[in-house]
Design a protein around this ligand. Structure first.
Ligand code: 2AM
Ligand code: CA
Length: 274
């Protein structure tokens, strides 16, 4: 895809480096899409119980790393699969890559996974892309530049009408919930089932949070995420006028408990996680 075709899918004011992130993720997306199929457990690596890695997680990260290493020779790289990780000198920007977010979906052949890259500069998220290769949907955002889906500006839908919200949430594997007790977490899910229009467990935190940014979900929470998973999408939500915090309503920490929602709904969701 030529640079001008890629640019047409971003903000008209997209920086050259956002265009490079988009080009890299689109290129890698073709490989991921073509490789989707049901895999058996003995065809994968288990990084930990219930935490899988397919050969495609690695191959796709390699494609992204090769592109970005050329274009950003002095940036640090932190990929989830550690294919080409490198440190930068103090103060250099850091590129975070999650080649396949929703690896369990991918490994079972379920066509819903995100591919995501973000840039953190001086500790602040400044740019990010999230790509759904199956639907060819490219989400992108830059700090202060708004959030976009395939070249159209997106915004959270300010809907706090509890009976008529749809909320995404992680259904945790054992040990994933740490920010609150499992009892509080499961009570929060029950509260959603009892009061809202529906709860969705889509299986990719990156895409679910991107869905909050464009209003397909009113809110989302999951514990135990890493910056690789949520960085780009968190920037999408804040640039789309939404709110992203830890479960307790304070700034997100390295613990990775993430509560993203439109601003009208966020306080009600935070109340349920107390
Ligand atoms: P991943 O696919 O890149 O591992 C699914 O619940 C979401 O949580 C995905 O975005 C997944 O990212 C993330 N996640 C974080 N820790 C996980 C774990 N231990 N097991 C499964 N998914 C995990
Ligand atoms: Ca992953």
């Amino acid at each position: 895809m030529t640079s001008s075709l890629v640019s047409a899918r971003l903000s008209p004011a997209a920086s050259p480096r956002l265009i490079i992130l988009a080009e890299a993720v689109l290129k890698a997306g073709a490989t991921a899409k073509a490789s989707l199929k049901r895999r058996l457990v003995n065809e994968m690596l288990s990084k930990a119980p219930r935490d899988y890695q397919t050969e495609i997680d690695v191959a796709v990260e390699r494609i992204i790393v090769e592109e970005l290493t050329k274009k950003f020779p002095d940036y640090a790289i932190k990929g989830e699969e550690a294919v080409g990780n490198r440190d930068g000198s103090a103060g250099t920007p850091v590129i975070y890559i999650d080649p396949i977010d929703g690896t369990t979906n991918f490994a079972w052949g379920i066509p819903h996974f995100g591919m995501t890259i973000s840039i953190v500069e001086n500790g602040i998220l400044v740019a990010g892309v999230v790509y759904d290769a199956m639907l060819d949907e490219l989400f992108s955002a830059e700090l202060g530049g708004g959030a976009y889906l395939n070249g159209s500006r997106i915004e959270c839908v300010a809907n706090g009408d509890i009976e008529n919200v749809v909320v995404g949430a992680g259904l945790p594997v054992p040990g994933q919930v740490k920010a609150v007790s499992e009892e509080i977490y499961f009570d929060a899910l029950k509260r959603l089932m009892a009061n809202t229009a529906g709860v969705r467990r889509l299986g990719s935190a990156a895409l679910s949070i991107a869905y909050v940014a464009c209003g397909r979900l009113d809110g989302f929470f999951e514990d135990g995420l890493s910056l690789h998973d949520y960085g780009a999408s968190a920037l999408l939500v804040t640039e789309a006028g939404g709110t992203v915090t830890a479960f307790n309503g304070r700034p997100v920490t390295a613990n990775g408990d993430i509560l993203a929602a439109n601003t009208a709904l966020h306080p009600w969701l935070a109340e349920g996680l107390k």
